[in-house]
Design a protein around this ligand. Structure first.
Ligand SMILES: [Zn+2]
Length: 605
């Protein structure tokens, strides 16, 4: 975002009256010259929050919260200043200077085209005869018209050029629609075709409620049902990062704050049905397991995250990931199971289902307890030394894999887990600690062994000026992966310019290879897909998580990538030059040396 002038800030503040803005969040009542509301920042029972139109500020007499309209939005929506500014600018219809930053300009163009597509698909679903089957499908799933409107559902009809035609009529640029992955160019310049056909369209919104992507579900009776995936997403763009987004979070975050916990289910319709039934603190990931990025976001709204575990659909993997996060992060993570292997949608429409669902969320077991119970079941209550050892190792193995946690909270978490495992299995705590130390040592020595082997297998870098900057090169290699993991939409750029063999670090090179392979296979080169491919290298899968975290804190990632690509180009050139210099030094006749000198001066090979 470009720097915002004091003038513009004033203008945005002036256009957002504090009483009007607060009234969009809370009931506000007039009290003489001022206005009052129940304070959302402490457990208030009478209206302690005072709003003053004259001074354009708020103040709570009980908890001392105070500030202007920006402060209110920042505190209530848990956002930083730039986001609060943008929200209020949007609200007032003031354009933040987008032309100053081409990246922002692109983003707002993408947002506009997404909004257009959402409206277009929705109109089709609600009004067009071609959408009759889709309407029946949603009706069969007991989703109400109100829910369909609230979540902005739409329909992409069967003909392969429906959206292309509507876009042409309304003069929507094809390039933009192609960029967000809703249409694609045909071969040999023969126009464009729709990428979503015969699918119910679920807008995927960011935390502010702006549509940034679509998930399309094929109709069950579609002629395409057998050929394509059941769900299909629009493209990764600067707006849409599948591995970061959380479906329904825009609607669930305030109810989650109030409830103190937020539930994560698997399907879009599960989220919709929960909201329709009045359980609004429910979200879903985009068909991926819960990641650190998800948990970091969710924790902003509620201290407790409840994973609703689906016994059938490979949910086990999700539970293991949840346990990993539980071990290494300071977050309360619990796992809820629904009766009879039902998914939330089917349970909620049963008589009394809502109560069963909310009870399951309330009584969810924390991730460790859940895993312990599963392991216990697997050993069918057999308390032999061997089965105890298997259980202990399964739990401690995850702990040993987790990144070292030097923080006090992390240490307390470890102690808590060891105490509980020991208690549950009737073992002495010292034994459990000792086994954990053993596993950690095993892991370290395996890592060292692998590193030594890799170093041996690695051709030594030439002793040339290039090797002096070897550590500098590894910094750049690491930054490349940080950027690509944080923003998978950048992978095609790197793919076109940075060959994997230019990377000297074997671990980073492996990650880059896999990202390129995903991209080449037409899959999204995101962190979750990468982790699946790194199944043989849990250490790399772990570092990928950390690299992504760092990358996500970098701003202006496309510009960064540009600089890194330049740096790689320079390094390749340097390396070529030093090769020539070495050849020259060992050249036995003048002619060869002269030819080499010419190559060097030519700057190329
Ligand atoms: Zn207060």
């Amino acid at each position: 975002m470009p720097p915002v002038s004091v003038e513009l800030k004033k203008q945005i503040k002036a256009a957002n009256d504090i009483v009007d803005v607060v009234a969009t969040y809370l009931p506000v009542s007039a009290a003489g010259k001022v206005f009052k509301a129940v304070c959302p920042f402490h457990n208030d029972h009478r209206p302690s929050l005072q709003l003053d139109r004259h001074f354009q500020n708020f103040r709570c007499w009980a908890c001392e919260a105070k500030g202007d309209v920006f402060d209110f939005v920042m505190r209530f929506d848990k956002v930083e200043f730039p986001e609060a500014l943008r929200m209020l600018a949007d609200r007032a219809g003031i354009a933040l200077d987008a032309t100053a930053n081409p990246q922002d300009e692109l983003k707002s163009r993408l947002l506009r085209v997404m909004k257009w597509a959402e409206t277009t698909y929705q109109q089709c679903l609600l009004e067009e005869p071609v959408a009759a089957t889709a309407r029946t499908y949603l009706g069969d799933r007991k989703l109400s018209g109100t829910s369909v409107r609230q979540f902005g559902l739409g329909f992409a009809p069967l003909p392969g050029d429906w959206l292309v035609k509507v876009a042409a009529e309304q003069r929507i640029p094809f390039e933009l629609l192609a960029e967000v992955g809703l249409i694609a160019p045909r071969d040999e310049d023969r126009g464009y075709f729709d990428r979503f056909r015969d699918r119910v369209m679920f807008p995927i919104r960011d935390v502010r409620g702006q549509t940034v992507g679509f998930g399309g579900r094929i109709l069950p009776d579609s002629p395409y049902a057998a050929r394509g995936p059941k769900y299909y997403n629009s493209a990764e763009t600067p707006l849409f990062h599948k591995s970061e987004l959380i479906y329904g979070l825009d609607l669930a975050r305030h109810p989650a704050s109030a409830a103190g916990h937020i539930a994560v289910v698997e399907g879009y319709t599960d989220v919709m049905m929960a909201h329709q039934c009045g359980v609004a603190n429910v979200v879903a990931t985009m068909g991926t397991a819960l990641t650190l990025t998800h948990v970091t976001q969710l924790r902003r709204y509620a201290p407790r995250v409840v994973l609703v575990y689906d016994a059938d659909a490979g949910g086990m993997n999700g539970v293991d990931r949840a346990l990993e996060l539980f071990v290494s992060q300071d977050v309360e993570l619990a796992v809820a199971t629904l009766p009879d292997g039902l998914d939330p949608c089917d349970l909620l429409i049963r008589p009394g289902g809502v109560d069963v669902f909310t009870a399951a969320l309330r009584t969810a077991q924390d991730a460790l307890e859940f895993k312990l119970n599963l392991l216990w079941e697997k050993e069918s209550g057999n308390s032999s030394v061997e089965s105890m050892r298997r259980i202990v190792d399964a739990i401690l193995g995850v702990m040993a894999l987790a990144p070292p946690v030097p923080s006090q909270a992390g240490q307390m978490r470890q102690e808590l887990i060891v105490t509980r495992v020991a208690h549950r299995l009737g073992l002495r705590q010292e034994r459990v600690w000792a086994r954990l130390a053993e596993l950690k040592a095993e892991r370290r020595s395996k890592e060292q062994q692998r590193m030594t082997e890799e170093r041996r297998a690695e051709p030594r870098p030439p002793a040339t000026p290039a090797s002096r900057s070897a550590s500098g090169q590894q910094v750049i290699e690491r930054q490349l992966l940080e950027l690509l993991l944080a923003e998978p939409a950048l992978v095609p750029d790197a793919y076109a310019t940075v060959p994997p063999e230019t990377l000297t670090h074997t671990g980073l090179r492996r990650m880059l290879d896999e990202l390129y392979a995903l991209h080449a296979a037409g899959e999204s080169p995101d962190l979750d897909a990468l982790r699946v491919r790194l199944i043989d290298r849990p250490d790399l899968a772990e570092s990928a998580l950390r690299l992504q975290e760092v990358g996500r804190s970098m701003t202006e990632r496309p510009a960064w990538l540009g600089r890194i690509i330049d740096a790689f180009a320079r390094m390749v050139e340097e390396a070529a030059k030093s090769d020539v210099k070495r050849e020259m030094a060992s050249a036995t006749d003048d002619d060869t040396a002269l030819a080499l000198l010419k190559r060097l001066q030519g700057g190329g090979k």
